[in-house]
Design a protein around this ligand. Structure first.
Ligand SMILES: *Cc1c(COP(=O)(O)O)cnc(C)c1O
Length: 430
């Protein structure tokens, strides 16, 4: 299958090229040329399929020209070697827990899938690939872990010194091997600016094959559609209209759910729940897309003022606002509301949610007030321990730290401190 740029001013490319390029030369996001619905029998008998069969069948059409079936089966098996439990909350709702992977973030699946694809492609490539990524927290850990030990791929992660949590810093800085952490004396925006500048710096790109690892990359974005199919399998017997509420920042995860819908999965509606960074909820009300600088919140992985995947969402529904509104509602919630939701989930249902999951819960609750006859699933995207202080202070209860995190906390941090773009450049060129 070919992928085209949504800016329509760049050549079509294969899956392999789309993954290696990250973004098209015209700065557009890549999109699959065709989405062929899966046969009805796939959904009719999904309860008999394993998560590996489901994932393999769903992703195959997008990648099979570049990844043979045997390799794809191995990749899927490797990427999905943990659980995606659906935890019941009320009679009509459940939490889909996506945080049981190695770094306790839902980004593990996309990061691992992309790493395995690049590892496979690098076998045919003579040139080493450098993944350059800036992180404000969760992305870096998932990428570092996913790419660890992948031959032919070097990973360089920039993070703002003193501005990520202890757990997050250890996840970035203790792995070694092909992973290097550059500790930047600056903010997340400084890190991101350095990365963007490097992609446009001919001195670097003429000698290094650079790629990025955020959700604009098709190999990180598309495999997230698996979650929705797993949830469908687990709730099909309820025989109710299914709705998903997704806590959204860059809108990659929810957009992958919409691809599952395009593949034929029966779903009534999507809810994009955001914190006060409300560009999309506003768009749905006014029809005007007005990006803004991001505001800091307790659900900080969603502090995004210009969600990069929203253009893909509009494209899926033919840039038609009526079609879009029939499939998507979007609501915004404050930190105070998020804390209330965390407390409500804990006291009424005994469920400990992280701030992102709580925003998802709020979105679902609001939608179901008008649509009580639906079955709703909200996505719980991070383990509450990753937001320990906020969660403990809100529910007034200590939460246990998982074994794998405790082990990581004892490892030794290794980073290279830099302050300027030139220092990063010298490191890349050496
Ligand atoms: C990245 C992230 C999100 C937002 O996901 P998008 O695909 O960018 O919308 C939500 N929750 C957590 C915990 C995250 O790390």
């Amino acid at each position: 299958m070919n992928f085209y740029s949504l800016n329509q001013k760049a050549p079509k490319v294969s899956f392999k090229e789309a993954v290696i390029n990250g973004i098209a030369p015209d700065r557009g996001l890549y999109f699959p040329e065709q989405i062929r619905p899966l046969p009805a029998v796939f959904f009719d008998t999904i309860e008999n399929l394993s998560k590996f069969d489901i994932a393999f069948t769903a992703i195959r059409q997008f990648v099979h020209e570049d990844i043979d079936d045997k390799t794809l089966k191995e990749i899927v098996k490797d990427v999905l070697d943990f659980d995606f439990p659906l935890v019941s909350i009320t009679e009509n709702s459940a939490s889909l827990e996506l945080f049981h992977g190695p770094t306790l973030a839902f980004k593990d699946v996309g990061a691992r899938f992309m790493a395995q694809c690049l590892g496979h492609f690098s076998q045919e490539n003579t040139q080493e690939i450098t993944v350059l990524v800036a992180t404000s927290g969760d992305t870096g850990g998932a990428v570092a872990n996913g790419f660890l030990g992948v031959d032919g791929v070097k990973v360089v992660i920039l993070y703002p010194s003193g501005k990520v949590s202890d757990i997050q810093e250890k996840q970035l800085t203790t792995l070694g091997k092909n992973i290097t952490a550059l500790e930047v004396d600056g903010t997340f925006d400084d890190c991101q600016t350095m990365v963007k500048t490097a992609f446009l710096d001919a001195e670097i790109t003429s000698t290094k094959q650079l790629t990025s690892a955020n959700s604009i990359n098709v190999a990180r974005w598309l495999p997230q559609l698996f979650y929705f199919l797993f949830a469908y399998k687990d709730t099909k017997s309820k025989k109710k209209d299914l709705v998903f509420s997704i806590p959204s920042g860059n809108f990659g995860n929810i957009c992958a759910g919409m691809i599952a819908q395009q593949l034929g999965m029966p779903v009534k509606h999507f809810i994009a729940a955001t914190n006060v960074n409300d560009v999309v909820p506003r768009f749905m009300q006014t029809g005007r897309y007005e990006p803004k600088p991001s505001k800091a919140t307790i659900s900080n992985a969603m502090d995004v003022g210009d969600p990069s995947n929203f253009v893909r969402i509009r494209h899926i529904y033919d840039n038609d606002t009526t079609k879009l509104s029939a499939n998507l509602s979007s609501y915004t919630f404050s930190d105070a509301q998020t804390r209330e939701a965390m407390l409500e989930l804990y006291t009424q249902y005994g469920y400990v949610a992280d701030p992102h999951g709580a925003v998802g819960y709020l979105g679902l609750k609001k939608y179901q007030e008008q649509h009580p006859d639906t079955f709703g699933i909200f996505l719980e995207t991070a383990h509450p321990v990753k937001f320990l202080e906020t969660v403990e202070a809100t529910i007034n209860e200590k939460i246990a730290i998982p074994e794998k995190i405790l082990k990581q906390m004892n490892r030794k941090k290794k980073s290279i401190k830099i302050a300027t773009y030139n220092e990063m450049k010298q490191f890349l060129l050496q």
